[in-house]
Design a protein around this ligand. Structure first.
Ligand code: HEC
Length: 273
């Protein structure tokens, strides 16, 4: 009997202890939260302010945010020259149209800027000469456009601007990396590359030394498949290759990868103009 009683009295006393422990725990947590909050909320928390997307009784219309003032444009955001910012104009049929024009004069500075930006952002895929066989393509990326095929040669200049602004197929856009003026500079430089690849002996100023690349390679003892072999940086005559290290500052020559075959480019569409 006594065993039964003690068993019964044991039950409530254990529950009571648990309750006391919980109560103490809650009190402790509440106290520390109060101390913590008192420490945090002393600064600029309590002051009149605007909470985004919430009403306010400061203005007569009870809105916190001010509506934009009609017919106004923020400083520096007018973008009046829409061709400069978009690369397209409205054509006679109402559709957007690309033009074979620069929105500002092309100087040597513009071309140099374009070359620098092109070499940074475009060569990984399009290569330094723009043949679409950059390093990333050599490692398996979709062949980038060859700027020297008929299709690309016949595209208007602002098409390049448009492609850099919006991307094209597998190619991402470069609008974040290149502000509009840089995109135009790169477009101008692509034109210069195209002209240089299609240049003939007649385009070379009188008195400048001309040599065939294959002859140069043979003269320096490079096999024909070595593309590119270390090229002279300035005058061909002054060039003395260092037998073991190649040319300082230039990539070593690799044989062309026979596994990579580039599909022939599509024939140019009939004249568009
Ligand atoms: C990551 C690789 C990559 C980079 C970097 C890249 N491109 Fe491309 N580009 C491509 C590929 C791939 C194509 C072909 C797209 C397709 O057919 O899907 C292409 C196509 C193009 C075309 C042809 C569009 C047409 O109408 O045929 C132009 C012009 C072009 N790129 C310009 C540039 C310029 C300028 C840059 C540097 C700002 C650049 N690309 C950087 C991969 C690249």
């Amino acid at each position: 009997m006594s065993a039964k009683v003690s068993a019964l009295s044991f039950q409530p006393s254990a529950t009571g202890r648990a309750h006391r422990l919980v109560r103490r725990g809650v009190a402790f947590a509440g106290l520390s939260a109060a101390i913590f909050a008192a420490g945090c909320r002393q600064d600029m928390q309590n002051q009149p302010k605007m909470v985004p997307q919430r009403g306010s009784d400061f203005f007569a219309d009870m809105r916190g945010a001010r509506p934009q003032v009609l017919d106004t444009v923020a400083r520096g955001q007018l973008h009046e020259d829409s061709y400069f910012y978009t690369g397209v104009v409205q054509g006679p049929n109402g559709y957007r149209q690309e033009l074979d024009e620069m929105p500002f004069p092309v100087t040597m500075d513009v071309l140099e800027r374009g070359q620098e930006r092109f070499n940074i952002y475009c060569t990984p895929c399009h290569s330094r000469v723009g043949n679409g066989l950059g390093e990333i393509v050599q490692r398996g990326f979709k062949p980038a456009a060859n700027f020297h095929d008929q299709v690309r040669m016949s595209q208007p200049l602002s098409h390049y601007f448009y492609v850099m602004t919006h991307g094209y197929g597998a190619m991402p856009d470069y609008s974040a990396q290149l502000p509009p003026a840089d995109r135009w500079a790169v477009a101008a430089y692509i034109r210069a590359l195209q002209l240089s690849e299609a240049a003939t002996v007649k385009d070379v100023p009188a008195g400048v030394h001309i040599a065939n690349l294959k002859d140069l390679a043979a003269a320096e003892g490079h096999p024909e498949y070595a593309q590119p072999w270390p090229m002279p940086s300035t005058a061909v005559e002054a060039y003395k290759p260092i037998a073991s290290e190649g040319t300082p500052g230039m990539a070593p020559a690799y044989p062309a990868d026979p596994k990579i075959s580039i599909p022939p480019s599509k024939p140019a569409p009939a004249a568009q103009k």
